[in-house]
Ligand binder design. Structure first.
Ligand code: GDP
Ligand code: MN
Length: 387
């Protein structure tokens, strides 16, 4: 789970990590009030969205004076950054930056521990630094039974700073950030950039925290900050209905019983040159309401041009699935072509029920998948289907 920069900065401050002074705002008027409260001439206005690279996208702007602040606040509040509409901005005291550094704790699968990552190339996207100049990233594996003792914190700080005063200050920040990382069950605690100001101070002017969803039950205050995206909401509501659902970007909506079969179906779609619109495991029941709900879920995705249903009847009876499907189609009016492959228990009865309907009935998985891919290529008009 992600939180916003201003929320992460509140946590930093609570742990004694120096941050720039800032106020969260929801309107231009709020921003003007914040400006008066901060009582400085120069402020920084920053979009609060659950994605990085805001600076590059124009979501971070320095404002010199109230008129400029109003202009930037209004512009940023109307922005959409990588699909995230901006409804909040952080107005902070502008800092005189001398140097920018990168600092983070993350979970490292290879060492099965937390890892401290540092770089003098702060402010840039760390993935890019890791790709082009990996030698500029320093890594310290943290032994969970020891944590970050003074000597380790200082050794780490020496990779960024050359003078002992800065090393001492940074070392303390690394220790506090580790404490926060562990105590909040975070999967990432990142400062990019940590800055050395012209006045010689060291502080975090950006803050990013991601938490382990499986540990959120221990942190109700953090869990309350959750703001799921439309996609996450959809996946959660599917989960509540007993489905395993993952939204993808293709055009073939899949309804499958069993996770393994669903994976195999997606592989086969790719083999024949198509793209799955989702992973959907409806589980082992042939309950018609489940089929209806699954159908609604698929057709709710405007990218779906074809629905491919792949059922292996074990305990699930194919004739039950067929009648569930017919009931679903009585309730949901759709022009989207549907290909169905039924095999296993009562498959003949199931197929017989679907004879004479507009469904494309196939016997093998290969046949069904190929048909679905062909139909998806042929039917651009199915794009604007309605429920
Ligand atoms: P991100 O692009 O989403 O990571 O947003 P950041 O908060 O990291 O801001 C991007 C860049 O804006 C930083 O790397 C700094 O160079 C610059 N910046 C942020 N705050 C200040 C500030 O107070 N003063 C100055 N001069 N630059 C700032
Ligand atoms: Mn940043």
């Amino acid at each position: 789970m992600k939180i916003h920069e201003y929320q992460a900065k509140e946590m930093f401050a609570a742990y004694g990590i120096p941050v720039d002074q800032s106020i969260i705002c929801r309107s231009v008027e709020d921003a003007v009030k914040a400006y008066e409260q901060l009582d400085v001439r120069k402020v920084i206005v920053k979009a609060q969205v659950h994605t990085g690279g805001r600076g590059k996208a124009g979501g971070v702007k320095l404002a010199n004076g109230e008129a400029e602040l109003r202009r930037h606040a209004a512009a940023i509040l109307g922005m959409d950054i990588k699909g995230f509409p901006v409804d909040r901005i952080l107005v902070g005291q502008a800092v005189h930056i001398d140097k920018e550094y990168y600092v983070s704790y993350a979970i490292d699968r290879r060492s099965k521990s937390a890892i401290l990552m540092l770089s003098r190339e702060g402010g840039m996207e760390i993935e890019e630094v890791a790709h082009t100049t990996p030698e500029k990233i320093h890594k310290f594996v943290i032994d969970p039974s020891i944590g970050v003792p003074d000597y380790l914190a200082r050794e780490a700080a020496f990779t960024l700073f050359d003078d002992i005063a800065s090393v001492r200050r940074a070392a303390v920040i690394f220790q506090k950030l580790y404490k926060l990382f562990v105590e909040s069950d975070a999967s990432l605690a990142e400062i990019n950039p940590l800055v050395l100001t012209q006045e010689g101070e060291i502080m975090a002017i950006d803050a990013k925290m991601t938490f382990d969803d499986n540990a959120l039950y221990r942190h109700p205050k953090i869990a309350a900050l959750n703001e799921p995206t439309e996609e996450e909401k959809k996946e959660q509501s599917a989960k509540d209905k007993g489905f395993s659902y993952v939204q993808l970007v293709g055009e073939i909506g899949c309804m499958v019983n069993g996770a393994g079969l669903a994976m195999a179906t997606m592989d086969m779609i790719r083999l024949y040159g198509g793209h799955p619109a989702n992973f959907l495991d409806i589980g082992g029941s042939s309950n018609p309401t489940k089929v209806i709900e699954a159908m609604k879920l698929l057709l709710d995705d405007k990218h779906v041009k074809v629905v491919l249903i792949n059922i292996f009847g074990g305990i699930t009876r194919c004739d039950d699935v067929a009648s569930g499907l017919l009931e679903a189609l009585r309730q949901i009016k759709t022009e989207v072509p549907i290909v169905i492959r039924l095999t296993g228990t009562n498959e003949k009865e199931g197929r017989a029920l679907l004879q004479g309907t507009r469904l494309h009935v196939a016997e093998t998985m290969g046949e069904a998948t190929q048909q679905a891919v062909t139909l998806s290529e042929q039917s651009p008009d199915a794009k604007n289907h309605t429920l």
